[in-house]
Ligand binder design. Sequence first.
Ligand code: DGL
Length: 261
Amino acid sequence: MNKPIGIFDSGVGGTSIWKEIQSLLPNENIIYLADSKNAPYGQKSKEEILRLSIKNTEYLLNQECKLIVVACNTATTNAITYLRNNYKVPFIGIEPAIKPAALKSESKIVGILATKGTLSSSLFHSTAENHADGIKIIEKEGEGLVPLIEKGELQSKELRGLLNKYLLPMVQEGIDYLVLGCTHYPYLIPLIKEIVPDKVKIIDSGEAVAKQTKAILEKHKILNHSALQGKSTFFSNIDAGVLKSLVVRDGVTVSVSFLDF
Ligand code: DGL
C-alpha cells in the first residue's frame, strides 16, 4: 500500500525515529509533522498534550496516513491510549527503554533522562514498576534541553552545563546504563559521551520503534511493496531550517516546508 506512514513529535526530536524507520523501510512514503510552535510538550499538562496529539493525528489522517508513529515519549505516555481507542489506524508509540536497561545492568543502577511530562505519567510509572524489580532507577528531568535542541544547538556551553548538572550525579551513584527517554536526546549523544565514562552505556528506543513499525505494517498487510525509494515530506509550523539541517542526508529524497498547523 503506497499510502504514507505519519509521524509526529513536539518538534525536531522525532526525526531521530524517522531516521531509523526510513533506513529499515526505505520504500515507504512518510509524512512528518514537527509541532515546534508548541514545543516543549514536556512542561505541559496532560490535557494540553492530549489536545495537541489529537490535532497532529487528525492532520495526518486527513493526509490518508495508514499508520501513525507517535515519535514522542511525552505524547505517547500521555495520549496513546486515547488515540488507540478513538481512531481506526494502528498507532506505534515510544517509551523509555527501561526494560532492556534493567535486564542488562550489572550495577543494578539505571539512569533515565526524560521530560517532566513523561516521568510524571502513569504509563511510565507502570512500565518502571514492572521492569525494575531489584533495580534502582534514577530519574532526571531534562528541563531546558529540548528548547536548545529546537534552536539547533547541539554543542553549546549552556547545553553542556545542563547535561553536567543532570548526568554527573547519576554517574556518582553508579549507573551503568543511561536511558534516553526523549526523542530529542539522541542528538546529544556525542556530547553525553564526553561527560559520562565509557562504561556507561547509552540506550534509546529508536531501533525498536522502527522494528515494531515494520511488524505492524506486515501484520495489517499494509507494507509498501513498491521497488522505488519512498519520499519523506516534513512539515514544521515554525521556520523549518533546523528541521532541514537534521534530515537532509545523502541519497534520501526529502522535502521540508513550513505549514501553519
Ligand atoms: N521529543 C519529545 C519526547 O520524546 C518531547 C519533548 C518535549 O517537547 O518536551 O518526549
